[in-house]
Design a protein. Structure first.
Lengths: 417, 149
């Protein structure tokens, strides 16, 4: 008797629960040969928290608006072709949206609108995963969004003319975003941050972008770790920013008249650890950048390993390897307010009589010629001339022109592994 | 021969007049922030008395440069130019231009300022009540205040 009564009560409760709960999420399939043929139809038929599965096919659609929580999944990479119309292909204006597994291509270039393959505004908890975007002007564009995850996407621009191409992954006024394992190629800036905070960029590959592989503007408290920046107009630019951690990145093959591995402009209180700067015109160019800790980096075969302007104060370079650079350090002033300590310099020809692994004579990383060329650039034509070698040798013995304060008093005898 | 001489001389003199030059987007660098100038909706230029040209990626950077005392450009410029937002790179007189500050404009230096020929051309970009239309001297004050120059 008791059991039956409990059973009845349970049934009643279940009935009530079913009545008051919202409609269960449904799964909607989009298939070119099925009932629902277009993604826009599926989106307008869906309710919040539904899932839309898009079967492999070719969908000529653009200006798709997702204004409710929705999961949009492509199976076997269906193609959404925007046919170069002047709008975004996917616009997300809701929280809790997932977009995964699409090929998204052909967004119209506009002088006025920043059209994008996927544009997300005012969203919380969104996830953009495993998509491939081609010729999308701006690839993935997040504005005023939080707590989003951008993972495993490929963004390939049509970046032939810089002013005609947008940024691969573009963030504006966002916070707590994770950008991981993406591949951004041929855009204006590979990844662009403006007014972004507390975000992380990890394991991305950024290459052949016309301007910068990664570009920070006014974005505090972010980090980028384990990324590759290869053959961009310039590797990374970090500007007007504080508290940035840059670790384990590779800055390679950024060659050209105004190219550098890393441009630091008005940044402070940041960390640059364990990076590799190889084959760049300038490894690091620092202007107006204060209180930076630069440790355990490898500077290999750059034109200038480090160019540090006189307006940089309290930067600390220690335990870095400077190997086979044409110039190790250049500066434009006789003063130096920065510290070089316990670095390895392959150009160092001092000795170590007491065998403590530190050279007994200090090393002056700014050669006379490096100083002369930063005062007068065309003088670079004299590079490797015998006369310059004489001058450099004389300056080493009696330093008179190069900044005397810029010195490594404890140079390492062997590179740090 | 004599005419030839005068002809060449006049060419030389003409070529020395302080004119503005069109910004090459994607090539030129900003003289203030060292960024490559790449967005053709924004940009600015200072032509000095001697004809030296400073290019900028935005009007904000031009004002920042004017405020720097070390080279004293503020006392020795001949003309100031800014890129007309609607024109894809045409320069207009910066002192006569109107400036719109609006969140719908994402200028490269983050102050959301675009330059326009006149009020008609900018009205379509006014999206909210907080958007402001200002002249050059107001703009100077605004940038100095925002950037603490």
């Amino acid at each position: 008797m008791g059991i039956i009564r409990i059973y009845k009560v349970f049934l009643l409760l279940l009935y009530i629960a079913l009545q008051i709960s919202p409609v269960f999420p449904r799964v909607i399939f989009v298939n070119p040969s099925g009932e629902i043929k277009t993604i826009s139809q599926a989106i307008s038929n869906s309710n919040s928290y539904d899932s839309v599965f898009v079967v492999k096919g070719y969908y000529k659609e653009s200006n798709l608006n997702i204004n409710k929580p929705l999961t949009l999944i492509g199976t076997d990479y269906p193609v959404i072709d925007g046919t170069y119309s002047n709008s975004n292909i996917l616009t997300v204006t809701s929280s809790n949206v997932i977009i995964s597994g699409f090929i998204i291509k052909n967004v119209g270039v506009s002088a006025v609108n920043d059209n994008a393959g996927i544009k997300v505004t005012n969203s919380n908890y969104c996830k953009i995963e495993n998509n491939r975007l081609f010729n999308t002007f701006f690839g993935i564009y997040l504005a005023k969004s939080k707590n989003c995850y951008i993972l495993g996407n490929e963004v390939k621009g049509n970046g032939n003319v810089e002013s005609q191409s947008g940024n691969g992954i573009h963030l504006w006024q966002c916070s707590t975003i994770v950008i991981q394992k993406n591949r951004v190629v041929n855009n204006r800036d590979g990844i662009y941050f403006e007014f972004v905070s507390n975000s992380s960029i990890q394991y991305n590959y950024s290459s052949k972008n016309k301007r910068y592989g990664l570009h920070f503007m006014f974005s505090d408290n972010c980090d980028y770790i384990n990324n590759d920046f290869i053959d961009n107009g310039a590797g990374v630019a970090v500007m007007y920013t504080k508290n940035i951690k840059m670790q384990n990145n590779r800055f390679i093959d950024n060659w050209g008249a105004s190219a550098y591995g890393l441009l630091l402009k008005d940044i402070r209180d940041s960390f640059i650890y364990d990076n590799e700067f190889k084959n760049n015109t300038i490894g690091i160019l620092a202007e107006g950048s204060n209180r930076l800790d630069i440790k355990r980096n490898n500077f290999i075969r750059n034109g200038w390993a480090v160019k540090i302007m006189a307006n940089c104060i309290d930067d600390n370079f220690s335990r870095n390897n400077f190997i086979s650079n044409t110039f190790d350090v250049a500066t434009n002033s006789k003063q130096s307010y920065n510290k070089f300590h316990e670095n390895y310099w392959s150009e160092y020809d001092g000795y170590d009589l007491n065998n403590d692994n530190y050279g007994d004579v200090p090393y002056h990383p700014v050669s006379l010629f490096s100083y002369l060329t930063s005062q007068n650039e065309p003088a670079i034509i004299l590079l490797r001339s015998l006369f310059i070698n004489f001058l450099d040798a004389a300056e080493k013995v009696f330093p008179s022109i190069t900044p005397e304060a810029l010195v490594d008093k404890k140079p390492l005898m062997r590179p740090i592994k | 021969m004599k005419y030839m001489f005068f002809f060449i001389l006049s060419l030389l003199i003409l070529s020395c007049t302080a004119k503005n030059k069109k910004i090459q987007f994607g090539v030129d660098l900003c003289s203030n922030c060292s960024m490559k100038i790449s967005d053709s909706k924004y940009g600015a230029e200072i032509v000095t008395d001697k004809g030296k040209i400073y290019l900028f990626d935005s009007i904000e950077c031009l004002i920042s440069k004017l405020s720097q005392t070390d080279k004293n450009i503020a006392g020795s410029y001949k003309s100031l130019w800014t890129v007309d937002y609607l024109s894809q790179g045409d320069l207009i007189d910066a002192k006569k231009a109107l400036y719109l500050r609006s969140e719908s404009l994402h200028s490269p230096m983050g102050l959301n300022i675009g330059s326009f020929m006149n009020r008609d051309s900018l009205s379509q970009f006014i999206k909210s009540d907080s958007d402001k239309v200002i002249n050059f001297s107001d703009l100077m004050e605004l940038v100095k205040k925002e950037w603490e120059l």
